[in-house]
Design a protein around this ligand. Structure first.
Ligand SMILES: C[S@@+](CC[C@H](N)C(=O)[O-])C[C@H]1O[C@@H](n2cnc3c(N)ncnc32)[C@H](O)[C@@H]1O
Length: 259
């Protein structure tokens, strides 16, 4: 698999300049880029370099927080895998097999190219809506599902004014109610289809996403919401793993739910 082919594929991605994840298995140095690729678009090089260097450490830091919760010899699913970086990291765990699913048709071909490039056999990628995939696939039961920074897109309006008590919950807007229902549908399928799932959300940030520069932990209160989820779903165990500002892509905690 030539580097050039992957890079051109990347170029065809809409919004490639904000490519979300690093490319697994790639360590590209600038001289190498100049030599190997007949592209002289400086901005493109800069994008790839940014992608390679700045993000790898942060993604790896975040993965360090969850990797001990992923059992060895397990069957895992990465819900919303993007171009597969976390799925590839999971595949390094002993005896694990991983399926990465993403609904974005532009990300899965890249993940597949990277899979070929890295010659791994314990991963496969599927383009689909994850909920549908889990619902319809008869053998779709997993030891562990990771669902990182996906659920907050569903919670949206609800998350903007995250209730802090049952009385606040009673007076949420109709739009928030709809978001909450969709989110519960997601949790319900994760619970039904896995022994354990690990989620990272971006909750209670006063309507704004965190940026590293403008971190305001005081506006971030998720405790009530997690208790509420537990009241509703009765998990056998929940572990909260605090993230750090240095664990991409947000300083929000990770939650490990045992069904
Ligand atoms: C913010 S990115 C997070 C990527 C990755 N989980 C991470 O944290 O590094 C969200 C990804 O989830 C995907 N996604 C969102 N909803 C999805 C769904 N219902 N089924 C499959 N993929 C989904 C998007 O296409 C996107 O690639």
């Amino acid at each position: 698999m030539e580097l050039e082919k992957i890079l051109f594929k990347l170029l065809s991605l809409k919004g490639a300049s904000s490519l979300y994840q690093p490319l697994y298995g790639f360590t590209i140095s600038e001289p190498q880029l100049n030599q190997d690729v007949s592209l002289n678009a400086k901005s493109f090089e800069a994008m790839v370099m940014r992608n390679m260097t700045a993000k790898i450490e942060k993604f790896n830091n975040r993965f360090e927080l969850i990797k001990n919760f992923i059992p060895v010899n397990s069957n895992c699913l990465d819900y919303g895998c993007n171009i597969g970086y976390n799925a590839f990291l999971i595949s390094e765990i002993e005896g694990v097999s991983v399926t990465g699913v993403d609904k974005d048709k532009k990300t899965i071909p890249i993940a597949e190219l990277l899979l070929e490039y890295n010659s791994l056999e314990n991963i496969n990628f599927v383009r689909d809506d994850c909920s549908k995939y889990l619902e319809w696939k008869e053998d779709g039961f997993y030891d562990c599902i990771i669902c990182l920074l996906v659920g907050h897109h569903i919670l949206n309006a609800f998350s903007r004014n995250l209730p802090q008590s049952y009385s606040e919950l009673d007076s949420i807007s109709d739009e928030s109610k709809k978001c909450l229902k969709l989110f519960f549908d997601l949790i319900s399928i994760l619970k039904k289809k896995s022994k354990r799932f690990i989620i990272q959300l971006r909750l209670g940030v006063n309507g704004k996403h965190f940026t590293e520069k403008k971190m305001d932990y005081s506006s971030y209160k998720d405790d009530f919401f997690i208790d509420y989820l537990n009241d509703y779903f009765s998990f056998s165990n929940i572990i909260r793993v605090p993230a750090t500002p240095y664990s991409y892509a947000s300083p929000h905690p990770l939650y490990i739910f045992d069904s």
